[in-house]
Design a protein around this ligand. Structure first.
Ligand code: DP6
Length: 344
C-alpha cells in the first residue's frame, strides 16, 4: 500500500533580507527578515509525498531529476517530521505505522528553470507540508516553519502567504525562530512584482556559503545587523498602513545594505552586474519622473531584479521596463511576472 499527499508552496522574495547565521546547522539567523509571497499561480513548487514498505529507500525527484537526500538539511526535515508522526502513532495504536516507511518525494516547479530563481524556499516549504499532510500531523504553519527553516532558512517564510516575517528568536534550540504572518495578501491586493531575469545561470557564490563568509569577515555586517530591528518595525508599519513610498524606500535601502556587506566581504562577493545596475537606474528614473516612489527594486544572491509596484502604476513601471528591454518574452500572471532576456 502507498500512502500519498500533495501540496504547493509559493516563492517568497525578501524585502528585509536574511543574511547571516548565528547557528549554521539549525539555520538560525543573525537578524529578522520579511518577505512578500509571490502569487501561487505564477511561482510555486508542487510536491507529492508518499511512503510505502514497497519503496527501497528515501528518494527525492525535482523536475524529474533525482536529488541527494543524504544531506543534513533534508535529513533534518525528515527526522523532525518522523518524530512527530511517531508521537502520534504512540498515542493512538489504531494509526498505520508510517514513521518508519521509506519516503518518496516528487517535486515540480511551475516556473521555468531558466527564470534563474532560487527555488529552495518554495521547495523545502512544499516538502515539509506534503510530508506533514501525509502523516496527518496536527502541526500549525508556525511549527512547520520551524522545520522548513532547517531545510533552508528562507523556506520558513513560504509556509505563509502574503507578507511574512521571520523572527530571529533567542533560544539556542531555535524553537522561537519561526515565521509569522504580518498581513495576508488580501490586505494589499494591488501589490505587483516584476521579475527581471538578468541571468538564468546558477549563482557564483551560494547564499549559504556567502553569508558565512560575510559574518566571518565583514565589519559593515555588524552595523547592518544593528539597523535591522528598527527597519523591521518600520516595514511592518508601512505594510499595515499600505504606505508604498515607505515600503519602497525601506526595500531598496535594505537590498543596498545587504549588497554593501557582500562587497565588504573578504574576498568580496559581487551579485549585481551591469544589467542589475541599469535596472536600479531605471527604477530611480521612474521614481524621479513620478515625483514619488512608485517602484522598488530588490536583489537576492544573484543579478536578477525583483521590482515591486502597485497595479495602478503598471503602465509607468512594468511598461517602462518592457520598453527598455525591448525584446520581452514572458509569462505573466496576476502577481508575479517573469520577463526573460533582459538584454544581457
Ligand atoms: C539573499 O535561505 O537560501 O535570498 O538558509 O543557507 O539555505 P540557507 O540560505 P537561503 O538564503 C536566502 C538569502 C537571500 C535573502 C532572503 O531570502 O531573505
Amino acid at each position: 500500500k502507498v500512502h500519498r499527499a500533495s501540496t504547493t508552496a509559493p516563492v517568497n522574495i525578501a524585502v528585509i533580507k536574511y543574511w547571516g547565521k548565528r547557528d549554521p546547522s539549525l539555520n538560525l539567523p543573525t537578524n529578522s527578515s520579511l518577505s512578500v509571497t509571490l502569487s501561487q499561480s505564477d511561482l510555486r513548487t508542487h510536491t507529492t509525498a508518499s511512503c510505502s514498505a514497497l519503496f527501497p529507500a528515501d528518494s527525492l525527484l525535482l523536475n524529474a531529476a533525482p536529488q541527494d537526500v543524504s544531506g543534513a538539511r533534508t535529513q533534518a526535515c525528515f527526522r523532525e517530521l518522523r518524530t512527530l508522526r511517531k508521537q502520534l502513532e504512540d498515542s493512538d495504536s489504531s494509526l498505520p505505522k508510517l514513521a518508519t516507511l521509506p519516503l518518496k518525494i516528487v517535486s515540480e516547479n511551475n516556473f521555468p528553470t531558466a527564470a534563474g530563481l532560487a527555488s529552495s524556499a518554495a521547495g523545502f516549504a512544499a516538502l515539509v507540508r506534503a510530508i506533514a499532510d501525509l502523516y496527518a500531523l496536527p502541526a500549525s504553519p508556525t511549527e512547520l516553519s520551524r522545520i522548513a527553516r532547517q531545510g533552508s532558512g528562507s523556506a520558513c517564510r513560504s509556509l505563509f502567504g502574503g507578507y511574512v516575517g521571520w523572527a530571529t528568536g533567542t533560544e539556542p534550540s531555535g524553537s522561537d525562530s519561526t515565521a509569522y504572518e504580518v498581513a495576508p495578501a488580501s490586505h494589499w491586493p494591488s501589490m505587483r512584482a516584476l521579475i527581471l531575469v538578468v541571468s538564468a545561470e546558477k549563482k557564483g557564490v551560494s547564499s549559504t556559503a556567502g553569508m558565512q563568509t560575510t559574518v566571518a569577515t565583514s565589519s559593515l555586517f555588524r552595523a547592518r545587523v544593528e539597523s535591522v530591528p528598527s527597519r523591521m518595525q518600520q516595514m511592518e508599519a508601512a505594510i499595515r498602513a499600505r504606505d508604498f513610498g515607505a515600503f519602497a524606500r525601506l526595500t531598496m535601502r535594505d537590498s543596498n545594505s545587504f549588497h554593501a556587506t557582500c562587497l565588504d566581504t573578504d574576498p568580496p562577493i559581487f551579485y549585481l552586474n551591469d544589467v542589475s545596475r541599469a535596472a536600479i537606474a531605471a527604477v530611480n528614473g521612474i521614481n524621479s519622473a513620478a515625483g514619488a516612489e512608485i517602484a522598488a527594486y530588490t536583489f537576492d544572491a544573484g543579478p536578477n531584479a525583483v521590482i515591486y509596484y502597485l497595479a495602478e502604476h503598471a503602465a509607468a513601471v512594468a511598461g517602462t521596463f518592457k520598453g527598455i528591454l525591448g525584446h520581452v518574452q514572458g509569462w505573466e500572471g496576476q502577481r508575479g511576472r517573469a520577463v526573460e532576456d533582459a538584454g544581457a
